[in-house]
Design a protein around this ligand. Structure first.
Ligand code: URA
Ligand code: SF4
Length: 232
């Protein structure tokens, strides 16, 4: 399959639905850089960054800095490569995540996996985390004080990972990391500079699952991400 037809397939899938969405097995994701998917590792495993990430996960596991600790089953610190091209940041764990301790493994996560593939990336090569590491009851939005209590963990993850780009999924993550109350619709569509790291804001996969009209802008954002990584 040519690059063009692969992109058309993904575009069509993002525009019209996802039932037929399958990246061809065994095909290079990047026809113009065969053998090197976007986000190939840049350097060997770094024990210091692994230790920093492990320390965050350990502290999170025992954390009671906010009331979300009261109802959680498991904490969800985040997971992925310690040398990621992209850090994806969501809102907070949902039911599946609370049960498994892993980020984005429910319906929104399966959808996010397709976005990551559409951007030419491998989920395992990226890092995925959330603004709050414990599930808000009934999946309500995390409160500002809860986000404030939890954000230092995410900041430490960002510092340890030094990703080439950050993608904020939805309003909560976008506003938290950009320190603004501007809506995600106005924040998306451009590259922000967050303390030297390029940051893209886009819609949350759950929002896009329930609003088809958001698929086209998300596709634009994924193409922007792809271009950003290619140019970097
Ligand atoms: N939604 C999120 O924001 N994060 C997850 O980990 C899962 C669903
Ligand atoms: Fe601690 Fe964050 Fe969980 Fe609150 S959400 S208890 S700050 S880990």
């Amino acid at each position: 399959m040519t690059k063009r037809s692969a992109l058309d397939l993904i575009d069509d899938w993002l525009a019209t639905g996802f039932k037929s969405a399958r990246l061809p097995e065994g095909q290079p994701r990047e026809a113009d850089s065969p053998g090197a998917p976007l986000g190939a590792r840049r350097r060997a495993a770094d024990p210091a960054r692994q230790a920093a990430l492990d320390a965050v996960a350990r502290e999170v596991a025992g954390c009671s800095r906010c009331q979300l600790s009261l109802n959680r089953t498991r904490t969800v610190a985040g997971e992925g490569s310690i040398d990621p091209p992209v850090l994806f940041v969501g809102e907070g764990p949902g039911e599946e995540e609370d049960r498994t301790g892993r980020p984005f493994v429910g319906a929104a996560g399966r959808y996010l996996d397709k976005w990551i593939a559409a951007a030419g990336l491998d989920r395992r090569a990226c890092f995925i985390a959330n603004c709050v590491k414990c599930r808000p009851p009934q999946n309500r939005e995390p409160h500002p004080d809860e986000i404030g209590a939890c954000l230092p963990y995410l900041e430490r993850q960002i510092a340890a990972l030094a990703p080439r780009a950050i993608v904020c999924l939805g309003r909560i993550a976008s506003q938290a990391l950009l320190g603004t109350s501007t809506g995600v619709g106005a924040l998306r569509g451009k590259v922000h500079d967050r303390r030297g790291i390029p940051l893209l804001a886009t819609y949350h996969p759950s929002a896009v699952l329930s609003d088809q009209g958001l698929r086209a802008p998300v596709w634009e954002d994924l193409k922007r991400l792809k271009g950003l990584l290619r140019d970097a």
